[in-house]
Ligand binder design. Structure first.
Ligand SMILES: [Zn+2]
Length: 189
């Protein structure tokens, strides 16, 4: 997957307007993004990314990816985990694939000053934070469904209520009957 560095385009649609995508290189590293004048800086960046990859990878659901650059020359060579790093800095939300470490180490990719500054000074989102947000989101969703059900209940006419109660009772009776048949060995399962 290729997205130009600095684009607001997201890997999956619907990213925020302040998205800054980087490291979605596809099958080649752009020549102007190749090479580090300061190899010490490069190794500091690589170390930082390695240190972050346990607790700071988010969006694991994206599935795992192989390196398309390696894929062109050495079809069997694979690398990479999955997911993204998400870093907030200077009003922007920087997102890159977790496999960007490989692009830097193996293909000498240099994302540029703006990203490097974000790496060192930005706020990294943790996987735990993401889990908590998801959980909150699910809770909100359940609460909304519960309120909807309550609302529906309040708006039911007596006839509808009767019909519903009758339906529930019939279902319960059916379940009871099935359970009894199973117990008696009349049903295989
Ligand atoms: Zn590669």
């Amino acid at each position: 997957m290729y997205i130009p560095d600095g684009s607001t385009q997201d890997y999956d649609k619907g990213g925020p307007a302040n998205r800054y995508s980087w490291g979605w290189l596809g099958d080649k590293v752009p020549i102007e993004k190749t090479g580090w004048k300061d190899s010490g800086l490069k190794s500091r960046v690589v170390s930082l990314l390695h240190a972050k990859k346990n607790d700071y990878i988010v969006m694991h659901h994206m599935g795992s990816h192989d390196c398309e650059v390696c894929g062109k020359s050495k079809p069997k060579k694979q690398y990479q985990g999955n997911g993204s790093f998400l870093i907030t800095h200077a009003g922007l939300e920087f997102r890159c694939p977790a496999g960007v470490i490989h692009y830097i180490e193996e293909h000498d990719y240099n994302p540029g000053y703006q990203v490097i500054e974000a790496l060192f000074e930005g706020r990294w989102k943790t996987g735990k934070q993401e889990d908590e947000e998801l959980e909150e989101c699910m809770e909100r969703w359940h609460e909304e469904r519960r309120l909807e059900a309550e609302e529906k209940e309040r708006n039911m006419t007596p006839m509808e209520r009767k019909r519903r109660d009758f339906g529930n009772a019939a279902q319960a009776a059916g379940r009871k009957k099935l359970a009894q048949l199973r117990k008696d060995g009349a049903l295989v399962k």
